[in-house]
Ligand binder design. Sequence first.
Ligand SMILES: Cc1ncc(COP(=O)(O)O)c(C=O)c1O
Length: 410
Amino acid sequence: MTALTAFSRVRRHLPPYLALTGKLAGRGAVEQAARASRVELSDGRFALDFGSYAVTLLGHRPPAVVEAVRRQLDTMPTSTRSLVSPATAAAAAAVVEYLGGRLSRVYFGLGGADAVEAVIKLAWLASGRRRIVAVEGAFHGKSLGALSLTHNQRFRAGLVDVLAPVVHVAAGDPDAVAREVAKGDVAALVFEPVQGENGVQELDPDVLRTWCAAAAEHGTFVVADEIQCGLRRCGDRSVALAAGLPVDAVLLGKPLGGGVVPLSAAVCNERLYAPLVADPMVHTATFSGHPLACAALPAALESIELLAGRGRTIARVFGAGLAQIHTARPDLVRAVRGRGLLWGLELPSPHITGRLIVGLAQAGLIVSPCMSRSTTLRLLPPLVADDSDLSEALQILAAVVGTFTTTGGS
Ligand SMILES: Cc1ncc(COP(=O)(O)O)c(C=O)c1O
């Protein structure tokens, strides 16, 4: 009954397509509760969550984060914004320290696109320039500024005339950024060190190094969008900083609130953040630095670090398991790409990818599609996956992939 009501309300009040896909994936059930790697459905079944669009890096309801948020909820969940919130201050200090301290200023948002919007505006104001260089295949969100950087034509269609001036360069072209910044009008270069929504594609660190050097030479800011690949999703706290790239900002989001509350951050150096030091009103939002969200951050970072070693084991075991599945069905799984806890299976068509995602969910393994590459199925094991979660996930994958026919159902 609860499930039927939920589907009918989604059909009436939200994009109806969500009811269709959700109903298929849940075989008529809806999500009801969750803990660690597992989601309980309304019909009593459980599914392993290796999806959730990269939010549940710590699994569902990580105890230390829930406890920290609960403490804030019981004391002061919202801020006067006239007085200082210690929770917001502590979160800013924690994320700066987590990234090593060189990037010492923080703007907090809720979703990832908030952080993208903030750095676009800061780069424009700090440089006085307007053009931005992004990368082909990039995904940075869908609010208008962020959408300007997102490359996918499907999301830009009908809006191109209202988007900011952005040029997208080929990911493999080491000279592309030098050509653009030499014109002297580029405010920022923005890239994802690992493009998650573009089918899990890692950008070549040597190309990135060349790009960063060209940007620095011409006074162009460099921003690493690690909303998906950072926070040890791909092994490192920050992929760009670990590679020694001289970036002016790192953007974080998704699991930054521990998978419990929405939270994102643009962690910037002094030069990029200067407009906000000069005038704190140039970029504000009622819920920026919200204490309830910020309370989660120190606990989330601490929990991520405690599990970093486990993450390396999961990456090794999971990567090896996916390689076996690839070997068993090369006609279906055309390629396996990934790093750490972010993996993509390349499939023959968007239709097959959709059917496989539904088939896996129905068999008890939730995975995610890729927003900008509909032929890639994305797998996001959480840091809390234990050995039995991992082997069960690989078994489900092997069974569903093994019996999958490219013409009919699975
Ligand atoms: C790299 C990257 N940047 C930005 C975003 C946008 O984040 P949000 O959907 O929370 O606005 C995403 C979302 O998938 C992302 O993967």
